[in-house]
Design a protein around this ligand. Sequence first.
Ligand SMILES: Cc1cc2nc3c(=O)[nH]c(=O)nc-3n(C[C@H](O)[C@H](O)[C@H](O)COP(=O)(O)OP(=O)(O)OC[C@H]3O[C@@H](n4cnc5c(N)ncnc54)[C@H](O)[C@@H]3O)c2cc1C
Length: 458
Amino acid sequence: MADSYDAIVIGTGQAGPPLAVRLAGAGMKVAVIERGLFGGTCVNTGCIPTKTMVASAYAARIAQRAADFGVRIDGHVNVDMKRVKARKDEISGKSRSGVESWLENTPNCTVVRGHARFESAREVGVGGTRLIAEKIFINVGGRARVPEMPGLDQVSHLNNSSMMHVDFLPRHLLVVGGSYIGLEFAQMFRRFGSEVTVVEMSSRLVSREDEDVSAAVKEIFENEGVDVHLDSKCITVGKNGGEIMATLDCENGPREVSGSHLLLAVGRRPNTDDLGLDKAGVTQDTHEFIVVDDELRTNVPGIWALGDCNGRGAFTHTSYNDYEIVAANLLDHDHRRVSDRVPAHALYIDPPLGRAGMTDAEVRTSGRRAMVGKRPMTRVSRAVEKGETQGFMKVVVDADSKMILGAAILGPGGDEAIHCIVDVMSAKAPYPVLQRTMHIHPTVAELIPTVLGELKEL
Ligand SMILES: Cc1cc2nc3c(=O)[nH]c(=O)nc-3n(C[C@H](O)[C@H](O)[C@H](O)COP(=O)(O)OP(=O)(O)OC[C@H]3O[C@@H](n4cnc5c(N)ncnc54)[C@H](O)[C@@H]3O)c2cc1C
């Protein structure tokens, strides 16, 4: 006998819990299935713990630079890694138990623990239990991808999950992958006191961003003593005594780096490989992401996919927005779509990068006539006052429609200031609206209207 529900939610990432609570509040009988830690990646091994550690690293950096601000610290600045981890565990743990008790205490909502697999389009198995429902919502997220790298079976390596257990200072952290996740860990451990080497396959760091962003990020890292190796086309790893060795190139002659610990940060894969999707008839793409339409419906009526597993976003805010879209369409008769949202994300190095809309390369490919305004942080008074003048801000607009096409703010508070741009883009207002808005002094965001008054052809 199967337990019958109106809706089943698989996974408690950033979309599943709020959706389950909304559906239960609407009077549906809901089951939520979780096989691991409640709250998923963001809460346990992603955003929350890493940003907590980034905050510790920032404190270390400011302490190391205290003399620049006229503050004397007598004696050496030390980082207590056990305390860094304990602080991270406490903040992440509160968030995890908050999600768990929220679901446990929601009327009409049953929490089921274990690994879920589809038995058919309406039936899910969890251990010996079978659950059926007319509506099933998949929010299974993703995990670190393990690359095919010669020698990897010979050396132990870390990923974003196992990094969460590190309560010591690695002597020399070797980071393979110079993109969002790898760079956040690289900079924080450098600031904690490790030697850090970053190895990246492509010819620049964060290669999905514009070239000027990549170049500025590389400069920031090198200024802090991170050793950056680009164009590492075919990496092999091995051991030499207690040391982990990596050979980086097979085209332009051997290059070799070494370290005490190896962190792999080369991308993520969706948790769709052991979900029984074939039994439900749900279609996946060539990268194993679940194929969804603009309202996050799969090809099987009654089954939706939300969050990282649908390949339409890779962030907490995209997953949460997926929940809002599905709930609005199902419960509010409010027709919301994925294509309505303005793409936006941040890179939490210091200074942070806030990004909205298209890159310069995407604008050029689109064939539009475009204008760009740009200003270095050395000419932003708040950045100068804070002694944090690395980076720049840049806004690209359509020369004909006057709509904002994209922006990058790499500088103090860039992750916050970018929302001026996101909101104007979302409101579909032309850039002169923002240009004529009075901003508060002294802030980084106050220079956005100025930048919009200094546009040049892209
Ligand atoms: C190191 C790191 C830092 C990050 N930093 C940021 C950031 O600063 N900002 C940001 O926006 N994003 C960040 N992200 C991305 C962000 O964490 C994810 O996009 C976000 O968690 C959304 O995930 P999700 O809702 O798709 O599912 P997830 O959070 O991955 O949760 C999926 C859940 O489903 C469960 N599950 C999986 N399969 C099954 C199954 N078969 N049965 C039962 N349960 C199952 C899992 O145990 C998990 O709890 C970061 C990611 C990483 C790795």
